[in-house]
Structures are given as C-alpha cells and as structure tokens.
Design a protein around this ligand. Sequence first.
Ligand code: GTR
Length: 303
Amino acid sequence: MAADKMILRCPDVHSLDFPTVQAVLYMARLVRERTKGRIEIVVYPNGALGSEKSVVNMVRVGALEMGRVSLSEVVNVYPDMEVLSFPYVFRDDSHKWKVLDGDFGRNQLAGLAKIGLIGLCFQESGYRSFYNTKRPIYRPSDLIGLKIRVQPTKIMINLVEVFGAAAVPIDYNEVFSALKGGAVDGAENNLPSYLTSGHYQIARYFSFDRHSSIPEVVILSAKIWDRLSRSDQAVIRNAAQQSVAYQRKLWERYESQSFRALRQAGCQFNEVDLTAFKEACLPFYRKYYPQYQSMVDRINLVQ
Ligand code: GTR
C-alpha cells in the first residue's frame, strides 16, 4: 500500500477557511475516498510554498504536483487565456459560468497542456474593485495620481494605466507592507481577499467598479499526470469537477459574510459611475482587439 501512495501538494496564498482552499480540501476528500487513501491531496495554505508565480513554474516542471492560483498568474506563461481577465468581459455571473463551464472554458483549460499543465477546473473569484488609503473612487479620473498595486501581469498593468493610475506590480504576500509603508496607495481585489489579507485595515475606501472577474484555476503538473493510471486521472478530474459547484456556493456565503465584517470594521463603500469605467476601457480593447477580437466575439455570443 505505502509503495504506491502518492502525495499531491497543493499550495494556495489564502488562509485555510477561504473558499478556494476549502474546495480543494473537498476535492481531496473525494479523491482519498475513491482511491482508498492511495492518492492524497495535501493543501498548503497561506502562501507557504511561495508566490503564485513560482508555484506555476514549479508545477510546470514537476517540482510541485498541484496549485490553486489566479488565472492572472497562468496567463504570464500562457497568454491565450488573457481574454478571460479582460475588464467587463462577462455580462454577469450567469454569463461568466456559461463561458467557463462551456466549450470555451473547457478548451482554455485543455490548452494548458501546451505548457505542461493540466487545468483541472476554474473557481469563482467574484469581482475585483479598487480600494485605497486616500479617497472614494467614483470615476476613473479619481484614480489619477494614485499608485495601485496590481497582480504582476501585462493585462493588469495596462488596465490600471488606462484608468489613469500608476500600476505597481507586486506579489500578493507583499501588498500589506507596501500599503502600510506607503509604497502603494491602494490595490484592487474581491471583498474576501480585501478582508483576509488585512488590507482593509489600511486602505479604508472600497469602490465597487467591479472591473474584472478573473477566475481561479486549479492546476496539476502534466509530468505527474502522465504517471497516473487512466482511472486515477478520471477520479481526480471528477472530484475537481464536483468541487466547482461546492466552491461557488461557499463563495457566495463567504463574500456576503466578508462584506458584513468589513462594514462592521468601518470601511467606506461606494458605487461608481460604471459607464465612465466601461468607456475608459475602450483604449484597452483597441490595443488587444487585433489579437483577441474573435475570442471576445465568441464570449459575447454565449447566451
Ligand atoms: C486573489 C486571488 C489570489 C491572488 C490575489 C492577488 O483574488 O485569489 O490567488 O492572485 O488575488 O491579487 O494577487
């Protein structure tokens, strides 16, 4: 038994109670049961195994078996997926999940094989909005002069610059001290991350512009995958698939609990002029259209 036991380590930058982590734990339970303990997925929360960038690289070369990362980190090595991180690319949640669960999303995950990754599933990550230490943001021009931390990707840098702020790419685990020390004035993320990272303690203004909804991705090393039997591969795929609905439900609850906690903590929330934000994205789309127009059209066609 011990001889063919396999441990699949799966790091996550979030804490144990976060929906991304809980969903992988759920998946781990299913895999353990269905392989009678032969395959064990072990979760490493709180960024214990390094930045998302290094996780993606390690999983690609097989130095690490799995990872739960933001799609933003994957597009750094697989730009084909960039379109899913475009601003306002989804009409609403239902459109987003039709795209991700449908042919489009399935093909995107399958494409990851080209870079040595098995894309197991997407996860919900809500909407990213701006928060900062200085003032409420109502329209993009309110961002002018602010230094905003972004995920280290071309897309996020371009987007924040199009809105008029200065983009400062840094790894997630360094943002708290960058905010505290004043190296950045703000950042952008979903409500649960704003809460659990502690950023809300320093950046008190959260403005709901909901510019992007960048899915999370669960990846597994193709090098490890090739060593698994077909039936073990099927067990893992099915468990990942089953964890998706579970994670989405957890997300919904966790997001509203986070909102309540943040309001109680005295953070200031405001809605924005959405039309102004969407209009400000036109130069962004003009820049990326030559490469991505057909993909954007395919996403728009999903009903
Ligand atoms: C969160 C995401 C993390 C990380 C973080 C970031 O929403 O869940 O995986 O990518 O954003 O901004 O770096």
